[in-house]
Design a protein around this ligand. Structure first.
Ligand SMILES: [Zn+2]
Length: 79
């Protein structure tokens, strides 16, 4: 939840859209009926707190988990 920058009342987040993998724009509306301001905010990744390496495509061995956990081959109906 965000507070209205004009009156300080709480504001409801109506929707949001991803602008990139690290930035999201959120649309808010003030809950104070006498104010009613609408505004946007930007949420961004500031920095990572650890140094995790990116996961390789075949890092999880086939057959370890059910097919529903492996992406594109989820709906094969072969017997
Ligand atoms: Zn307001």
């Amino acid at each position: 939840m965000f507070t209205c920058p004009k009156c300080g009342a709480s504001a409801k987040t109506r929707t949001s859209v991803m602008l990139s993998n690290e930035v999201r724009r959120s649309y808010h509306q003030c809950n104070n009926l006498s104010c009613g301001s609408a505004f946007t905010t930007l949420d961004a990744v500031e920095h990572f707190l650890n140094n995790v390496l990116p996961m390789k495509a075949n890092a999880v061995p086939k057959g370890l988990f059910p097919n529903s956990n492996y992406g594109e081959d989820q709906l094969t109906l072969s017997l």
